[in-house]
Ligand binder design. Sequence first.
Ligand code: ZN
Ligand code: ZN
Ligand code: FE
Length: 753
Amino acid sequence: MDKKQTEITKRIKVFGMIQGVGFRPLVFRLAKKYGIKGTVRNMGGIVEIMVQAQERSVADFLKELSGVEWEDYEIVHMQMEDVQEAEYGDFHIIKSGGDGEVSIIPPDLPVCRKCGKELEEITDRRFRNPFISCTSCGPRYTIMECLPYDRHTTSMKDFPMCSACKEEYTDPESRRFHAQTISCNSCGPYAILEKLTDRKAMEKAVEILKAGGILAVKGIGGYHFACSPMGEETVMNLRRLKGREEKPFAVMFENMESVEEYCYVSKEERQLLESKARPIVLLYTKGKSMAEATNRGGIYCGAFLPYTALQILLTKACGPLIMTSANLSGKPILKEDNKIQEFKSPYLNGILYHKRRIIRSVDDSVAKVIDHKPQLIRRSRGYVPYPVFLPRGSKDVGIFAAGGDLKAAFCLYKKGSAVVSQYFGDLEEKAVLEEYKASYADLSRLLNITPDLAVCDLHPNYHSTLYAKTLPVPVLSVQHHHAHIASVMAEHDLKGPVIGVAFDGTGYGSDGNIWGGEFLVCEGPEFIRAAHLSYTPMLGGDSSMRDGKKTAACFLLKAGLYGEIRDDRRDLIKAAVDNHINTVLSSSMGRLFDAVASILAVCKENRYEGECAAMLEKEAVLAVRNHVKPKKLTFAIHQKCGIIEIDPKPVLQSICRIKDTAGRGSLALGFHYGVAGAVLEVCEIIREKQMVNTVALSGGVFQNTVLTERVLKLLRKKGFMVYVNMAVPPNDGSVSLGQVFIGLMKQEAKRQR
Ligand code: ZN
Ligand code: ZN
Ligand code: FE
């Protein structure tokens, strides 16, 4: 039989995180191994493989390709078709092509194990090279100008390869075959500090840091300010440098052993620390020997491991280092060399940088472990722009979802891929808003998504809302807490009905009031408000969330506890509330946490977002640790015109009555458990009435470990199926994903009508 006749030709399209991680070279090697002819190329965000060989060889090839243990990529699915093609003579990696598919752009990757080893090898060409990388590691998203990902489309194009690098780059057997970030000690970018370069610059940097100085250090998605976390004066200087920022600072540790000296680390936390995204992980501190100014008495230390070779070298030489985004408090992170050089401050002792341009700024991500699973708090470097895959319907609609204004992040959707942007911060800050807009232009171009629909928050004055309305497409407004719950539905492919519990600081309600302690029964694109925390008239409305004392006064007034208000402005506040001057009605659970923190004298002001709640959680954590029994605190739950109200009055009364005799810890813990108890009670009432057994939790309040784990435990014990956010944070970082999902479901509903 003619050998040719038994040969088959297939076109295979591979979807997944496969660009910029050495996938094509892997395909090339496997093709050679099985004697397959054909081609492989990037096409937009997918990889197209043409294979021509005997059926058996093709089967073996596919089996190995889909089964291979490869730490650096993730195949989402493969599409195959038989084709009649011209004959191939050999197997080649060919020039990238493109068609309308949604691109999958790899996030930035940390130094891999093999490169880490070479870094220490004195005989290696890349011994102590701060920019060592290979096909499995190095920056991606932050150096990419456009797709497809190739040397000449990244900021590495400024560095011509030396002959040794070129050889590796073109050698199929090399780990750096087609490694677009390839560089070495003789050709790549090099470290610069003032007039010093290379090893001398690194030595000087170490000297400054060891002497208690502060350095600006160029990273992956922007500059960091780096200094020792041990010296009180040094860290205070860093706070002065950043414009009196009060947030705890993240600390980068050389390795796991070093982390464990200062923090408690569970198995899951270790996995998260070592994961590809290398996020900042909030760990309980052991309370050991760091400066007070570093984490401001917080119970958590934001710990992370180095992800660039430059950071490995610095932490190895200096020990733990504060690595905080180089920006003024509230402003975007600095990424340009000239901007950092213009940044004049007596507290900045030097700039360690290099000439590889950062194309887009991306902050470090922040995460913690709750219920033994990772929970994101800030989704940025390492996660962005990897999509959340939504069930692919018939629709082929492009969507831009604007998100919210606090912790802003937008989302772009097309063909089953929802790409949530990096975290920007508060859009009230003009520079942040500019960055947000520029990033929309950038990412929609990169992903080749032109929206047919925009979705935004119901809040008429949100900057994100106003921006969405400037786009030349129809705009859909979505209630804030509905979007929170829809983000959980999107992640877990829930069509509803679900009982959505959305607890956060603030969101514009459908009735024009401020919502934030909501139980919404969600089904398809619709929701019904089933229950909420009782309304409390709040003074100063939306903008005065900083002042925990004033918030407490408002709650106490509503609960008829005027005599318990410890605030000089007591009468003023009462008069304003009585006369409805500058007041709004709020059902915010976040504000109730602030109030209780203030009443218990745990924390009276949110110097940064969520400080009061974090300090209250700390008291609860310490109570658990010291086996303190929680005081039983119970909310009053009653029904008014078909809607359930959760009244904190009895809780506040008990707290005021016994706060001087009962310990703070037992009250703080009791409050957390009381809120969880109320969640269970309300969910049970709704279940009985509406036969819904599925619960989705979202909103920034659920970043609280004590509360969330308690709620999960109580609900699961009573047989509820409970879902939480996994791929996006529960805070307002989830809003844009939820908006996309509601937009999609609305489209689907329209089609079915
Ligand atoms: Zn590597
Ligand atoms: Zn080189
Ligand atoms: Fe929210």
